[in-house]
Each structure stands twice: as structure tokens, then as C-alpha cells.
Design a protein around this ligand. Structure first.
Ligand SMILES: *Cc1c(COP(=O)(O)O)cnc(C)c1O
Length: 395
């Protein structure tokens, strides 16, 4: 079967929820993928910030191979040693606290919604309002879709959960206006990913922390895309002078295996008790073993250093390219290896041309080309990307 055959079969049997490329990947190694027709691709998307350590990483593969021969699942009716270890590792790179495990990003946010509401309702019967930002993305379930401040995702699925207020990113006066004692939590992304890699300002983040303290509300950082090293630090909140009350994680946490997590600070350890929330698969031995290996790799001496070197290299080269084509590239933004290249009107077309030439990127609308390369790229991969992009943009 080749790409075309799979494309036909897909149309026949799989629910039509994705506009997939007519390409079926067969295998990967490091920063590269090969499709069933044998074409090789440089993966500058990492499965949307998931396979951060590249494909078929030797020590992750070794860890999951070993665990698969021992035990995949027991349910949370038993203690799960790699889950306990993973919770300890997450605390070691964030802040002391407790972790709840689930299987995806939207589930992690759903857990945080329930957590914030339960705590709020225990304080006061009106304390159930959640503040979210316009242009955010928090997932697709009926709770998290409501926090996702973009109408296109919500349209047609109403009624969604009630009690959510929206604030414009970095708009301090609207933040102050929407905040009062009825607020139980605010959700933010340090850098809004799905809407085009838009960072929060430190003024806005500091003000949010202040208002949360004043109104006894929880400051929740959705680190699902930005976390686990993606922005050049363990978590995006670490660029600011604040500590959140809760972080939610998923995407890169197990380098491709499904996992989600909600980590809450120590003071909040007693908000949930048995019966409040659960997940059959959540924190199973298999996925948590992979995630432990991911965090060990992340904490290894040179990982973030190398990532930031590659980031600087890409930013420098992209700035150079922007100088050469200032009318075509209008802005480069982002942090670490979460980078947006603003190419007004042509981002989609450029994305398509890159794919034809064997480089996987992503277009957000018509204007933003997004790259999320794996942390293990070398200067050689950066060069391949930049040279190919230059040839496409400057003929
Ligand atoms: C991808 C993403 C989610 C949703 O994660 P899923 O695993 O697809 O449910 C939530 N928040 C952010 C910031 C994301 O990037």
C-alpha cells in the first residue's frame, strides 16, 4: 500500500475530523521521518510539540521495551511505582506539590477546571467564575473548549459550561475589570501556541498573580505545549517572576505516548479526595515509565543548553533571512524551539512547498509559519531548514 492507497482507505473508514496530508509515515529516526513511499522528511513539527527528543530515541525506546515486558496496566487501585517517581520528577523541575495523571491535555485542563470549582465552591457559593484569555487554546472537551477563547472552536456545540469570562491577552485594565471575589481561577498559556505563538508580558503575568492573591483565586498555567523544555526552560512560567498554583501538562511529557498531568502546589494537596476525580488509564506504568525517561533526559546537563544553542542559531539565521526579505518575513517571535515566522498571506503556501521538499512545518492561518523542531537537532538540520526556506522565499 502506498500513500495514495492509504488516503483512499482513510476516506472510507476514518471519521472526517482532520484535513490530513495524503501522506502516511512509516518510521522515524531522530529528527527524520520516512513515509510509506520511501520519501524522507525533516521533522520540524515534532507531532505538534510531542516528540521533543526525536523519533525512536534509544533510551526512551529501551525503557518502554523493558516496561512492556513487565506490566502495562493495573488500575489506580494499586500503587504504581513509575507514577510515583514521575510525580516526584515533575515537582523537582517545577514546585513542591501533588500530581494527578490523565491521558491528554484537554483532560489535564478538565481536571484543573473541576479542581478550581471544587475549591471555589468550598470557599463561597458564588466563587465559581473562571477567567480565560481570548486567542487561547485549552482543548476540545466541553469544559476546556469553553476556556478556549476562540469562537470557531465553540460554534455549534453550545450550551457549553457557564461561568467563564474572557480577557484580552496583555490587557491589564480588562483583567482588573473581570477579576473579583467570584473568580476561582484564571487559565493562561505563557506563550499562546495555537493562535500563533503570542507571548504574555511580564506586567500582565505579575498583575495576574497579584489579583489571584487578592481574590483568593488559582493561577493556572497551561504548559501543555510550552512545558517540558519547549521554550528553553522547563516551563514557560519560569521566564516570569511568579509561581503558578497549578500547571497542566501533556504533549511532550512522554515523547509520543498519551499522558496528561495536573500538578498543584503543596498547599492545595487536600482539595481533591477519593471520589472527586479519576481516570482508568491515568498514570499507567507504561506511559509514566516513558515520561520518567523524558524528564531524566530533560534534566541531563546539556539538554537545555543544547536546545538554547539551537534556538539562538535558528533565530539568528531567521533574522538574517528577514533582513534579506523584509517585505516577505515581517516578524520572528517565540522562545526556545517554539518559533513563529510571520509571512503575511503566504504561510500556507510556504508550508506546502516545504512539505513538497521534505520539511514538515505548520501554518497557522494564512500568516504564521510555526516550527517546533525536536530538541535533538544539530546545526546541520537548522541549515537544511533555513536554506530550503530561503530558496522558497527568495527565488
Ligand atoms: C494541545 C493543547 C491542548 C490540548 O491537548 P490535547 O492532548 O490535544 O487534548 C491544551 N492546551 C494547549 C496549550 C495545547 O497546546
Amino acid at each position: 500500500m502506498d500513500n495514495h492507497d492509504f488516503s483512499m482507505e482513510n476516506k472510507k473508514y476514518v471519521m472526517n475530523t482532520y484535513t490530513s496530508y495524503p501522506i502516511a509515515m512509516e518510521k522515524g529516526q531522530g529528527a527524520y521521518l520516512w513515509d510509506v513511499n520511501g520519501k524522507k522528511y525533516l521533522d520540524f513539527l515534532s507531532g505538534l510539540a510531542v516528540t521533543n527528543f526525536g523519533h525512536a530515541h534509544s533510551s526512551i525506546t529501551k525503557a518502554i521495551k523493558k516496561q512492556s515486558k513487565k506490566l502495562l496496566h493495573t488500575s489506580n487501585l494499586f500503587l504504581i511505582p513509575p507514577q510515583i517517581k514521575l510525580a516526584e520528577l515533575i515537582a523537582s523541575i517545577s514546585f513542591p506539590g501533588r500530581t494527578f495523571f490523565c491521558n491528554s491535555g484537554t483532560e489535564a485542563n478538565e481536571a484543573a477546571i473541576k479542581f478550581a470549582r471544587l475549591r471555589g465552591n468550598n470557599v463561597d457559593q458564588n466563587k465559581h467564575v473562571i477567567v480565560a484569555l481570548y486567542d487561547s487554546f485549552h482543548g476540545r472537551t466541553t469544559g476546556s473548549i469553553k476556556l478556549t477563547g476562540q469562537e470557531k472552536y465553540q460554534k455549534g456545540f453550545e450550551p457549553l459550561i457557564s461561568g467563564v469570562r474572557y480577557v484580552k491577552r496583555n490587557d491589564i485594565s480588562s483583567l482588573e475589570k473581570e477579576f473579583n471575589q467570584d473568580v476561582c481561577a484564571i487559565f493562561v498559556e505563557g506563550i499562546q501556541g495555537e493562535s500563533g505563538i503570542n507571548p504574555l508580558t511580564s506586567e500582565f503575568v505579575n498583575k495576574t498573580r497579584e489579583l489571584c492573591n487578592k481574590n483568593n483565586a488559582l493561577f493556572i498555567f497551561d504548559e501543555i505545549q510550552t512545558g517540558i523544555g519547549r521554550t528553553g526552560k522547563y516551563f514557560s512560567y519560569q521566564y516570569f517572576d511568579v509561581t503558578p498554583d497549578i500547571i497542566t501538562l501533556a504533549k511532550g511529557l512522554a515523547n509520543g505516548l498519551p499522558i496528561g498531568a495536573m500538578h498543584v502546589k503543596e498547599e492545595l494537596k487536600d482539595v481533591f479526595s477519593p471520589g472527586n476525580h479519576a481516570s482508568t488509564f491515568g498514570g499507567n506504568p507504561f506511559c509514566t515509565t516513558a515520561a520518567c525517561e523524558v524528564i531524566n533526559l530533560l534534566k541531563a546537563e546539556k539538554t537545555l543548553e543544547h536546545l538554547n544553542e539551537m534556538s539562538n542559531l535558528l533565530f539568528d539565521k531567521l533574522e538574517e533571512l528577514k533582513q534579506k526579505a523584509p517585505k516577505i518575513i515581517t516578524e520572528i517571535r517565540g522562545k526556545g524551539l517554539m518559533i513563529a515566522i510571520q509571512i503575511p498571506q503566504f504561510a500556507k503556501e510556504v508550508n506546502k512547498k516545504l512539505l513538497n521538499q521534505g520539511i514538515i512545518t505548520n501554518a497557522i492561518g494564512e500568516n504564521v509559519l510555526r516550527i517546533l523542531p525536536p530538541f535533538i537537532i544539530q546545526p546541520q538540520e537548522a541549515d537544511i531548514f533555513i536554506n530550503t526556506l530561503e530558496k522558497i522565499l527568495i527565488k
